[in-house]
Design a protein around this ligand. Sequence first.
Ligand code: GLU
Length: 290
Amino acid sequence: MIVMRIEPCPTVIVTRFAPSPTGLLHLGHAYAAMRARDAGERFLLRLEDIDTARCRPEYEAAILEDMEWLGLAFERPVLRQSSRSGAYREALAALQARGLLYPCFCTRKDVAEEIARSAEAPHGPDGPVYPGLCRSLSAAARVRRMADGEPYALRLDAAKAAQQAGNLVFEEEGAGPDGETGSIAVQPSLFGDVVLARKEMPAAYHLAVVVDDAFQGVTLVTRGNDLFAASHVQRLLQALLGLSTPAYAHHRLILDERGRKFSKRDRAVTLRALRESGVTPNEIRARLCR
Ligand code: GLU
């Protein structure tokens, strides 16, 4: 009898570049896109256009044009977060069903005043974390304020979420002992009770990213070091929602001569301006990979 050996399916590395069409792409984006393209056997593009007030169709068109010019071929169709509200709603409902969300009625001013009052406001990577004012509102107060039409955001109860999820790690390229991929222990409360949705925004960044990375089958998230800390809360959300977990490869940021991050306002380093001044994609690659 011939016994067939079943080989496990080799995992295809799927990466993505996920810009927001809120301005023209610059050298920092080109580097991120190249890193993602180079690391992926399949390479996807996702337009993070959920903040409709800031996104513009002309910037979206410019992204596609720049990607083509750089020679970074991505698979179609392009995923737009603006088309994914239903998926985000389902994810929020799943977290709600686990008792992990609460409505927060605080204005920025309420939060700032409370932080100023408390001597030891806990700090996260983006500054002081939400002091939890609305976490302990009674169910009746929540219902009344919502019925009164007070605007609110939905926040994750991070302590409760951490308890439900248990110990977690995420896999980071280069974090192992010999520069291999290594496990990083998740700090679930690093950003405190993060906002996951607002009235005018069906999902905040962390929620949209994990739902879409899983939907697109992304196996390796490559992105700048400035988003390293975000992986803690994103891994937590993946666990709570039963989503697949990609590995991560955070890379250095491309900085200007003064050592600052490029901003979308720096017209001179936009890919469009560089292209118009005669710079070639090969020169850009050479400059970025120095
Ligand atoms: N949209 C984010 C940005 O433009 C990137 C999101 C991610 O890679 O997780 O910075």
